[in-house]
Design a protein around this ligand. Structure first.
Ligand code: HEM
Length: 534
């Protein structure tokens, strides 16, 4: 009996000691981390959480994402952080969880500029990002840092030089398939005396996929003609699952990869024969082919004969180039439908240079470069709806960010290695403080889509408009994207005189588009338009 009591007392003592030591170790580690950060710089305002590991914050962020309230949520996180009320216009906050995890959120152009240029070597995608994306994109440009990234950039740069992108006739075939679908071909459920409304989003996604695969392989997926195309469906699923894997962070091992891998095999089976074919050509045969008509794959095969590298880089370019242009064009057409005066002005620019209707000629590279109002319309869309509204970097070593620390939020922030930084272009590009205010002669509401701001003397300050990012890692396909989107818009407006907005299903009036935040920004609601010919 006494022995039992003694044993019990001893085991209770041990348990108390173990718990006590664990708590001590936790606080010592916390203290060590705090000291490391203090040595490097200050701290930003702290986002308030109640539960360990910021579980409550992660839960609320996930719900906000599912309800498409990301903008409101992240803005609130910064504005309501502890200490933010003391700062004139808080732009940066931080979230600590566990012993040492820390995430910094910023919309400050000074910090974004440092991340992307001045301190480029200190920040990258990070090892965990590479690990999460490896099955899909391998060691492609999008997911690597340092030397492997530089090698990819060097390999891909020649694919996007002027001489290679100047021939834009590749888009014409796909535009010709798109135009009748915009006019409502194949739709039966509309009143016979009115033009049918079409949701432009799925059509532009299919258009951009067909154009991208044609450009890459010389063979489009033809998903405009056949919406159930196997590759298109596999690519859709792989992207969706990849976004989920990314969002789940350290818990992503819980997600099944079975279908993900099956669909990846479907994609590989589609692409592999093209890779085999190009690799079967001798360098001389390849050169002869390049003199006739070359695809992206042909050109890339001149620089590498490694089938895995060819596959990884092609998937990367497909991922980087497809949804981005499809999304931008979708928002752009929808905004045009709500702004008939802009349609008239753009059509007038197109008409005087290239004609409209039956006598229209397709634009060439120089036309697209020189059409100022067309560029204004695209820039305004990228300003209000930047395709990568939130982006992520990880610190690759102990370093700093220039602003957001200290009581006034103006001092540098200390950043330990492996700290995640979320930076937002959408907040920055929409912030009223960077525009002429109400009451001034040049006032144009920054929350509204108004392309005339770009042709009325307004210029964004450096680093205040960066839809393609900036610095060494700036979008390598920027020029190509602007040409593709410009060509598509011109051809659509040569065909149709008017675009009219229609409410999404279940609504009785046209509203602002719902913004869906996944890997890239996309419309979270139907964008219905009626395309009217002359
Ligand atoms: C509206 C169209 C587009 C937008 C707004 C856009 C935007 C961006 C942004 C913001 C990045 C930086 C991502 C990061 O570093 O985290 C990026 C990278 C990239 N983009 Fe684009 N992009 C567009 C179209 C395209 C097209 C059409 C292509 C190719 C055909 C392309 C190829 C790439 C590649 C390969 C990268 C990785 C560059 C690197 O890491 O060095 N993009 N893009």
């Amino acid at each position: 009996m006494i022995e039992d009591l003694l044993r019990h007392a001893a085991s209770t003592d041990t348990a108390v000691w173990v718990v006590g030591l664990l708590i001590l170790a936790f606080w010592l580690r916390r203290w060590q981390v705090d000291a490391q950060i203090a040595r490097l710089g200050g701290r930003a305002c702290a986002v308030q959480t109640r539960l360990p590991y910021a579980i409550d914050f992660i839960y609320k962020a996930t719900v906000a994402n599912l309800e498409n309230r990301d903008l409101e949520f992240w803005d609130g996180a910064i504005m309501n952080a502890r200490g933010a009320s003391r700062i004139a216009n808080p732009k940066t906050a931080e979230l600590s969880s566990g012993m040492s995890n820390r995430v910094i959120v910023t919309k400050d152009p000074e910090n974004i500029k440092a991340l992307l240029t001045a301190q480029f070597e200190d920040y990258g995608k990070g090892e965990s990002f590479h690990r999460d994306w490896k099955e899909f994109l391998g060691d492609g440009i999008f997911v690597t840092d340092g030397e492997p990234w530089a090698r990819s950039r060097h390999l891909l740069r020649p694919m996007f030089v002027r001489e290679r992108i100047v021939d834009i006739t590749i888009f014409e075939k796909h535009v010709q398939e798109l135009l009748p679908l915009l006019a409502g071909q194949g739709l039966t459920s509309h009143a016979p005396d009115s033009s049918p409304a079409v949701d432009v989003v799925p059509l532009l996604y299919r258009y951009a996929l067909d154009a991208a695969t044609d450009y890459l392989l010389g063979q489009g997926t033809d998903s405009l003609v056949n919406p159930k195309a196997e590759f298109a469906e596999a690519f859709r699923y792989v992207q969706q699952r990849q976004a989920e894997i990314f969002r789940m962070g350290m818990f992503n091992g819980l997600l099944s990869r079975k279908r993900f891998r099956r669909e990846l095999r479907t994609m590989d089976n589609f692409v592999q024969p093209y890779i085999d074919k190009v690799l079967s050509l001798s360098p001389e045969e390849l050169d002869r082919k390049l003199q006739k008509r070359e695809t992206f794959l042909d050109a890339l095969a001149r620089f590498t004969r490694d089938p895995r590298v060819l596959r990884d880089q092609m998937y990367t370019v497909l991922l980087a180039g497809r949804d981005t242009t499809a999304t931008t064009l979708s928002f752009c057409l929808f905004e045009l439908s709500r702004n008939p005066a802009v349609v008239a002005q753009l059509r007038s620019e197109i008409s005087s240079r290239l004609g409209v209707g039956a006598r229209a000629t397709p634009p060439n590279y120089t036309d697209l470069k020189e059409m100022k109002f067309l560029t204004a319309v695209l820039n305004e869309t990228l300003r209000l709806y930047p395709v990568v509204p939130f982006n992520v970097r990880n610190s690759l070593r102990d370093t700093t960010l220039p602003r957001g620390g200290g009581a006034d939020g103006q001092s540098p922030i200390g950043v330990r290695r492996e700290t995640r930084i979320i930076f937002s272009t959408i907040f920055m590009q929409r912030a009223s403080e960077y525009y002429d205010g109400p009451g001034t002669p040049k006032y144009l509401d920054p929350q509204q889509w108004l392309p005339e701001r770009w042709v009325s003397g307004w210029q964004p300050k450096p680093w205040h408009f960066i839809p393609f990012n900036g610095g060494p890692r700036i979008c390598i396909g920027q020029q190509f994207a602007m040409l593709e989107m410009g060509y598509t818009l011109v051809r659509i407006l040569q065909e149709f005189e008017q675009i009219l907005p229609r409410p999404p299903g279940g609504k009785d009036k046209v509203e602002d588009p719902v913004l869906r935040f996944d890997i890239v920004l996309s419309p979270g609601s139907e964008l219905n338009c009626v395309f009217v010919k002359h």
